[in-house]
Design a protein around this ligand. Structure first.
Ligand SMILES: Cc1ncc(COP(=O)(O)O)c(C=O)c1O
Length: 368
């Protein structure tokens, strides 16, 4: 028997998602002390997790013998109050990545086209392919999503459009007014997915409530992995009209979000002061990194997120040099950017260390 004859053909060509390297893994491979390694590769929060969220999670451990609330009732109620919508307009996922997959289950079939920017968060392409649909990639213009070109790429076969704002890996965003007008102008047979994984880093968030209320097929995703500091727990959520939410609920596992994660998300939502301080710290750290890159004459894309894309030349080489001294960044060749690395904003000391090592790594590269 030939196993590949049994396999769905699109799985055979499906790449495996490559995450930023974990600290323990790098320490083991290179014989480094893990406590001396800093990870600036996966856009996590360098300040950790809100103390209130940590306390809530510790308490939730006492209930570990019981299944979690499969409907995430308390969390959906809190999120609904926050966004001024009803709990039945919210779906919670095991990270926002799971919501991307639920969208695939509900809407995508072989033959469908899915329009997305390039480069944009790679999981859009992976999910599209996973369901046998076809990614239609529209190049960014000056590193920003080109909404006109994306609208022009929509055909009768287009089932879904992805728009991350701010975008990963570029750190750029589209203005609210422009996005709202764009969504309204897209044909109704297209499901629009706005990914707001980094929106809390912006001074002002777009308001989608009016468009969602019109019944438009629009899903707005958010995550607790970034500013809320809960990446390890895997919680994200989507806002949408109740009809779409009911469909997504059918596609998920019965207990997709664990009890500790639900408690952590509730705790994090109750600590707005902490979120505000993380936003301020990120703004200062981003400035520090961008100033440092300018001084080193390393081109970068001005960012509004918690990371910055820098053009270092031989990005794989620079990545390896940095990793060798315990600084993990993300080379982004997989995004079609072989000369660039993506650096997550760290705390002040981490940023300083990154800049010092980057200067050394770049000199090493240049002298080869
Ligand atoms: C744009 C974007 N969307 C979604 C995600 C996934 O977030 P989660 O951890 O909630 O699955 C990421 C993670 O890096 C991201 O960059």
């Amino acid at each position: 028997m030939n196993l590949t004859d049994l396999v769905n053909p699109h799985i055979l060509s499906q790449p495996v998602y490559e995450p930023g390297r974990p600290i323990e893994d790098v320490a083991r491979e290179l014989g480094l002390d893990p406590t001396g390694i800093i990870k600036m590769a996966s856009n996590e929060n360098p300040l950790g997790t809100s103390p209130k969220a940590l306390a809530a999670m510790r308490k939730a451990l006492d209930g570990a013998a019981l299944y979690p609330d499969g409907g995430c009732i308390a969390l959906r109620e809190k999120l609904a109050a926050r966004h001024g919508i009803s709990p039945d307009q919210i779906v919670v996922g095991n990270g926002s990545n799971e919501l991307l997959e639920m969208l695939g289950h509900v809407f995508l079939r072989p033959g469908d086209e899915v329009v997305m920017g390039a480069p944009a968060f790679i999981v859009y392409k992976l999910v599209t392919r996973l369901f046998g649909a076809t990614p239609v990639e529209v190049p960014l213009r000056d590193h920003v999503h080109d909404l006109q070109a994306m609208a022009a790429a929509v055909t009768e076969r287009t089932k879904m459009v992805f728009l991350p704002s701010p975008n990963n890996p570029t750190g750029t965003f589209n203005e609210s007014e422009e996005m709202l007008g764009w969504v309204k102008g897209l044909p109704e047979h297209v499901v629009v997915v706005i990914d707001e994984a980094y929106v809390e880093y912006l001074e002002k968030e777009p308001d989608w409530s009016e468009v969602i209320a019109t019944g438009r097929a629009l899903v707005v995703l958010r995550t607790f992995s970034k500013i809320f500091g809960l990446a390890a727990l895997r919680v994200g959520y989507g806002r949408m009209n109740a009809e779409i939410a009911a469909l997504l609920q059918r596609s998920r596992q019965p207990f997709n979000v664990n009890a500790i994660a639900q408690a952590g998300a509730l705790g994090a939502l109750g600590d707005q002061e902490w979120v505000t301080s993380c936003r301020q710290s990120n703004a200062a750290g981003l400035q520090q990194l961008e100033n440092g890159l300018s001084k080193l004459e390393i081109p970068f894309v001005p960012s509004v997120g918690n990371f910055v894309l820098a053009e270092v030349g031989d990005a794989r080489g620079v990545f390896a040099n940095l990793q060798g001294v315990g600084v993990i960044v993300r080379p982004v060749g997989v995004y079609g950017l072989p000369q660039w690395i993506r650096i997550t904003v760290g705390n002040e000391t981490q940023n300083e260390r990154l800049l010092t090592e980057l200067q050394r790594a770049s000199i090493d590269q240049a002298s080869r």
